[in-house]
Design a protein around this ligand. Structure first.
Ligand SMILES: NC(=O)c1ccc[n+]([C@@H]2O[C@H](COP(=O)([O-])OP(=O)(O)OC[C@H]3O[C@@H](n4cnc5c(N)ncnc54)[C@H](O)[C@@H]3O)[C@@H](O)[C@H]2O)c1
Length: 267
């Protein structure tokens, strides 16, 4: 079977947030499995660089500048991808923004709206546009990036937690709405991935938010976070792509609507 995990020759995948840490690591893994990759993100230069790193003789990679918060932009981009590649088999719906860190009573309203726009409306816009195409083909596999913040609301992250709970709900509803069309929709929920942008930012911002839950010293916050993980370490970005590949491929053929934690034992 060509789309068992490990062999995606002939498959086309769209990855949003494609030049970010998780998006690019996943693109690289799936390109190695033979998939053709459409990377969607905000910055043209970063897209060009990412595609250069992905393109080999056997795989095709192309970048698309698109802001997922714009319905018009998303539709234009999906049409361009279908025109360039002929189809979209898989969607890794992964673009996201973490937002501010502040207790609820001081959380900035404009940032709350921004996080919801990117993480919820953006994910919906892409999933809706791609699923129209997938319904017409009676085939599709979608993986949404949620977060453990969408399973347990962490302190100081009202917008992010709300947005990722929404992704879990969206995944469950979409899995039911799209099941009759041979489209499976699942989610992953990473936590404490690092080192790198999100990890460093989260440690520093939790320290500066000054709550009873974390120290004001970033190094101590880092220890506190690791101590909350049963496996007592943070996750590596490269521990994500294999799980995405599993959910996209036919090794997970009877799974839809699930949210898989990638979180060292946090449930
Ligand atoms: N890194 C972690 O610890 C972690 C944990 C749980 C969940 N996540 C989620 O994983 C996903 C990827 O995160 P990451 O760690 O790779 O972060 P990242 O910042 O490296 O990547 C996010 C990417 O999304 C893109 N993006 C943001 N807004 C966009 C928009 N409006 N339109 C198009 N693209 C946009 C960014 O340009 C960036 O390339 C996010 O949804 C994030 O919430 C990350």
């Amino acid at each position: 079977m060509s789309d068992q995990t490990g062999n995606f020759a002939g498959k086309v995948i769209l990855i949003t947030g494609g030049t970010g840490n998780i998006g690019l690591a996943t693109a690289s893994r799936l390109a190695g499995m033979g998939a053709a990759i459409a990377l969607l993100d905000l910055d043209e230069g970063r897209l060009a660089e990412a595609c250069k790193g992905l393109g080999t003789q056997d795989t095709l990679a192309k970048g698309y500048v698109c802001n997922v918060t714009s319905v018009e932009d998303v539709h234009k981009t999906i049409n361009a991808i279908i025109s360039d590649f002929g189809k979209i088999d898989f969607l890794f719906n992964n673009a996201g923004y973490q937002g501010s860190f502040a207790p609820l009573h001081t959380y900035p309203e404009d940032d709350f709206a921004r996080v919801m726009q990117i993480n919820v409306c953006g994910a919906f816009n892409v999933m809706k546009a791609v699923s129209e195409h997938m319904v017409s083909r009676r085939f599709g596999r979608i993986v949404n990036t949620a977060s453990m913040a969408g399973v347990q609301g962490p302190p100081n992250m009202a917008a992010y937690a709300a947005s990722k709970f929404a992704i879990v709900g969206l995944t469950q509803t979409a899995s039911k709405d799209l099941a009759p069309y041979n489209i499976r929709v699942n989610a992953i929920s990473p936590a404490f991935m690092g080192p790198g942008f999100m990890w460093d930012r989260q440690v520093e911002l939790q320290a500066s938010a000054g709550s009873q839950y974390f120290s004001t010293d970033p190094e101590e916050v880092s220890r506190q976070m690791i101590n909350s993980v049963p496996m007592r370490r943070y996750g590596d970005i490269n521990e994500i792509p294999g799980v995405v590949a599993f959910l996209l491929g036919e090794d997970s053929s009877y799974m839809t609507g699930v949210n898989l934690p990638i979180a060292g034992g946090i449930l």
